[in-house]
Ligand binder design. Structure first.
Ligand code: FMN
Ligand code: SF4
Ligand code: SF4
Ligand code: FES
Length: 592
């Protein structure tokens, strides 16, 4: 039987894939095709902006933005008459060609999918789909090994934590294994608070058993019999699919007591988080599971020694756990052959911003930023100039075109002043003001500071005030020194990673885009033309044809002029809404 894959990840569900599935089911029944085709509802394919996505197998024909109204045509033309529906194919943003097959789309064919290999290809609500794709094989192998042999295998693989800090996973497991305790826990961090990041959500929605299997292997290795997955409550679909997967794993004897007759017990529960960014920090997360206010505490003792309810606890990120079954099944040598000397395997990035292709991309460590942005991402929207990329979420840093050929790994990014973080990647073009970007990220971390320690609570507020002054054209030259000094102090004296990294966007933009700060302060000018207080909208008389389009659209009645004569903007009436700039077909409106 041929398969039709329909994406039912959060993105495609919100763009109508449930209706699409219902309509296709109805149409296949109506035409008596139910024995020829089976519909498989999958998790996210990573290309949500093109959703709803439908793939017809075995050919791998990739249809995008498919509506319920398109179903009759797809069935009649493709399924019955073998004619591909051209208009629903993906258009390559570079060549403008229609691409028929999934494997020929550059967004996909430059990726190396290990963690995401089942996402979009199996039904995440079916344990049989998981078992049919080598699911639980890694765990079965682990059961034949001694705990220290498993830990050694994970150490040899070179796997490092995907939640931000990049700590070696095997070493972390060894600490928990060696910690004294009558009871131990394994915790999965699925808090995923970085704005724009959705890799962990997609893994849980598309391949939840892989996370359970990774946790089982960890639990067996360190000697834990209980575990928690801490998922933010804003992820209802991920939570639902994880709950289904846990129930199925219990029914099939992969979770519970005496698992697969081995004598090993492991019970797994889900804990919903309320969405505070700081609750992603491991000690705050553990406090939250215990029912306390989610606030970080001093380490040591680390969770491996004193974690949940004071017991040794191993905590890893979703993507980290999802890598583990592949390592156990294929061996450490296979895994460590991918990536760079010190960063092994792959990393999933959430590509957002001014790219032609946005979405989730899993790439081998060591790939360059240029390949991610221009091959997978398809380049910059509107063929504008690439300006910068913020990597590592709100705690990361902004890199420039000088870093485009930098091989991406934990160490190269840290050296450049940014960080891998959890994998957020926001691409900016020439119209982005870097001072404003720094302010945007700092505003986020400032609002999310838990307030426990003074440098983070007060220092980020002062930095934010200074940045606001600068974008309003009220900054002074001393402000730059103050920002640098404050940033360094906050980094050095804050208790947790939130405060220790919050100044990064400001410090990296000061390092690489200092001239933009200086233009705001000395010339009262925003070079990107983005800071409202520093720009005036004007019409270039040389370019204005007097078409009157801007005057018609201006919501403030600020534009005057006779038809076919040069138009003028009254700066006192103008509210800087940007409409005239967007609607003028002759490029006559400019921001000066
Ligand atoms: C403010 C803050 C937020 C964090 N948020 C997350 C998160 O959402 N998900 C995550 O896995 N790790 C997050 N971390 C990192 C965790 O503290 C911890 O290092 C991680 O869960 C360990 O897993 P790993 O070794 O597999 O990376 C955050 C850290 C800080 C300081
Ligand atoms: S650094 Fe900030 S977020 Fe972290 S404990 Fe201190 S006040 Fe809270
Ligand atoms: S920016 Fe908006 S308010 Fe100002 S002139 Fe243009 S359309 Fe009118
Ligand atoms: S939800 Fe369908 S591609 Fe992401």
């Amino acid at each position: 039987m041929k398969r039709i894959l329909i994406c039912t990840g959060t993105g495609c569900v919100s763009s109508g894939s449930r209706k699409l599935t219902a309509k296709l089911t109805e149409e296949l029944e109506k035409r008596g095709l139910v024995h020829d085709y089976s519909i498989v509802t999958t998790g996210c394919h990573g290309f949500c902006e093109q959703g709803p996505i439908m793939i017809v197998e075995p050919e791998g024909v990739f249809y995008c933005r498919v509506d319920a109204e398109d179903v009759e045509e797809v069935v009649e033309s493709h399924l019955v008459n073998g004619q591909i529906v051209e208009r629903l194919l993906y258009t390559d943003p570079g060549s403008k060609e229609k691409i028929k097959h999934y494997n020929d789309i550059t967004f996909y064919n430059k990726q190396k999918r290990i963690v995401l290999q089942r996402c979009g290809h199996i039904n995440p609500e079916s344990i049989d789909d998981y078992l049919g794709t080598n699911g639980y094989e890694g765990f079965k192998r682990a059961l034949t090994m001694k705990p220290m042999e498993i830990i050694e295998e994970v150490k040899q693989s070179g796997l490092r934590g995907r939640g931000g800090a990049g700590f070696p996973t095997g070493l972390k497991w060894e600490f928990a294994y060696k910690a004294e305790g009558d009871k131990k826990y394994v915790v999965c961090n699925a808090d995923e608070g970085d704005p724009g990041a959705f890799m962990d959500r997609s893994i849980l929605e598309g391949d939840p058993h892989a996370v359970i299997e990774g946790m089982l292997i960890a639990a067996y290795a360190i000697g834990a019999d209980e575990g928690y997955v801490y998922v933010r409550a804003e992820y209802p679909l991920a939570t639902k699919r994880l709950a289904i997967a846990i129930e199925q794993a219990e029914e099939r004897g992969f979770l519970g007591d005496n698992i697969l007759g081995s004598g090993f017990n492991f019970h797994l529960k889900i804990k919903a988080g309320a969405g505070a960014f700081v609750c992603g920090e491991e000690t705050a997360l553990l406090a939250s599971i215990e029912g306390k206010r989610g606030m970080p505490r001093v380490r040591p003792p680390f969770p491996a020694q004193k974690g949940l309810w004071g017991k040794p606890t191993n905590i890893n990120n979703v993507e980290t756990f999802a890598n583990v079954p592949h390592i156990l099944r294929n061996g450490a040598q296979w895994y460590s052959s991918i990536g760079t000397e010190k960063s092994k395997g792959t990393k999933v990035f959430a590509l957002t911003g001014k790219l032609k292709n946005t979405g989730l991309a899993e790439v081998p460590m060591g790939i360059t930023m240029r390949e991610i942005i221009f091959d997978i991402g398809g380049g910059i929207q509107g063929d504008k100039e690439f300006k910068a990329v913020q990597i590592g979420g709100p705690s990361g840093g902004c890199l420039t075109k000088d870093h485009l050929d930098l091989p991406i790994d934990y160490d190269s990014l840290t050296q450049a002043g940014a960080m891998m973080g959890s994998g957020g990647l926001v691409v900016m073009d020439e119209t982005t003001c870097m001072v404003d970007v720094a302010r945007f990220f700092l505003r986020f971390t400032q609002a999310e500071s838990c307030g426990k320690c003074t440098p983070c609570r007060e220092g980020t507020k002062r930095m934010l005030e200074i940045l606001t002054r600068i974008v309003e054209g009220k900054g002074t030259e001393e402000d730059l020194e103050k920002l640098e000094k404050l940033g360094k102090i906050i980094k050095a004296t804050s208790l947790c990673g939130l405060g220790q990294t919050a100044p990064n966007p400001v410090l990296t933009t000061l390092r690489y885009f200092r001239h933009e700060y200086e233009a705001h302060i000395k010339e009262k000018r925003c070079p990107a033309g983005a800071c409202k207080d520093l720009i005036l909208y004007r019409i270039d008389p040389e370019k204005c044809t007097g078409c009157g389009r801007c005057a018609k659209k201006c919501p403030s009645g600020a534009i005057s002029g006779q038809l076919k004569e040069v138009h003028v903007i009254d700066v006192d009436k103008c509210t800087k809404c940007n409409t005239c700039y967007e609607v003028c077909r002759f490029g006559a409106v400019y921001k000066g």
